[in-house]
Design a protein around this ligand. Structure first.
Ligand code: IDP
Length: 233
């Protein structure tokens, strides 16, 4: 590949962020797998941790749509959507990595809102990238969520790694597509789309039936969009 100037630091990690992952590229790890990795000092893989902060609030939006609350994601430096988080440094554990990254990227006050190990809901291995992704979930009150959101503007990495914090729309509009299903049609980093779905199910914000409906609407839209794009070529 042509050297386009990744620089000594980025050239080591740029491969992890390449786009085009499929959900099949990721294997869900068991608790035993994680314990084994911890005993081996997390080697031989690279690891990254990301976290979803959310609040639940059943609300009738504009007197029309069933809103379930909000979840926090970010527009990343690379133009994709993801959760706050990042790659683990040498000597760190996944939870330490998560808290350090959340402080850097969203200014999380670790004296009040640090994540704990028992908030990890899933870990995935991407064999091809030799990368393990750890995913955590934290429920806060609506007031805490708004305060955390405001604080992100003062985070050290705001405007650099984190280009903006966004709220995931947790409702579906009358056409069955706009709202949450349309949000799923965006480009996501790593397996952040699957993590979002997993996180919302684990938080019991969606029923199985609601989630299946949303995923079907998103997939149908993608299929139709590529049909139209092919016709235009
Ligand atoms: O929200 C996410 N969920 C799952 N994987 C993600 C998410 N955000 C980034 N990734 C993936 O995690 C790896 C590390 O990326 P990240 O950019 O967060 O680390 P860094 O900030 O330390 O460079 C990359 O492979 C990227 O595609």
């Amino acid at each position: 590949m042509t050297d386009i100037g990744w620089g000594p630091v980025l050239s080591e990690s740029e491969g992890y962020g390449r786009l085009g992952d499929n959900s099949d590229d990721y294997t869900l790890l068991t608790h035993q797998d994680i314990d084994k990795l911890a005993r081996a000092g997390y080697k031989p893989h690279q690891h990254a941790s990301h976290g979803m902060i959310f609040f639940r609030k059943q609300n009738k939006l504009w007197d029309l749509y069933e809103q379930k609350g909000f979840a926090m994601m970010q527009m990343r430096f690379d133009g994709t959507l993801g959760f706050p988080g990042g790659l683990m440094d040498e000597g760190e554990a996944p939870i330490q990595c998560l808290n350090r990254e959340l402080h850097e990227e969203i200014g999380l006050d670790l004296t009040k809102h640090a994540f704990s190990d028992d908030e990890r809901i899933a870990s995935y291995l991407h064999e091809g990238k030799n990368l393990v992704l750890h995913f955590y979930l934290k429920e806060v009150s609506a007031e805490e969520f708004f305060a955390l959101e405001t604080n992100t503007l003062h985070a050290p990495e705001y405007g650099i790694e984190t280009l903006g914090i966004i709220r995931v729309p947790l409702f579906t509009m009358g056409d069955g597509l706009r709202g949450f299903p349309a949000f799923l049609t965006n480009h996501f980093a790593g397996n952040a789309r699957s993590e979002l779905i997993t996180g919302l199910m684990a938080a019991k914000l969606f029923t199985q039936e609601d989630m299946e409906k949303a995923i079907k609407a998103y997939k149908d839209f993608i299929k139709n969009r590529s049909l139209i794009e092919n016709m235009l070529e």
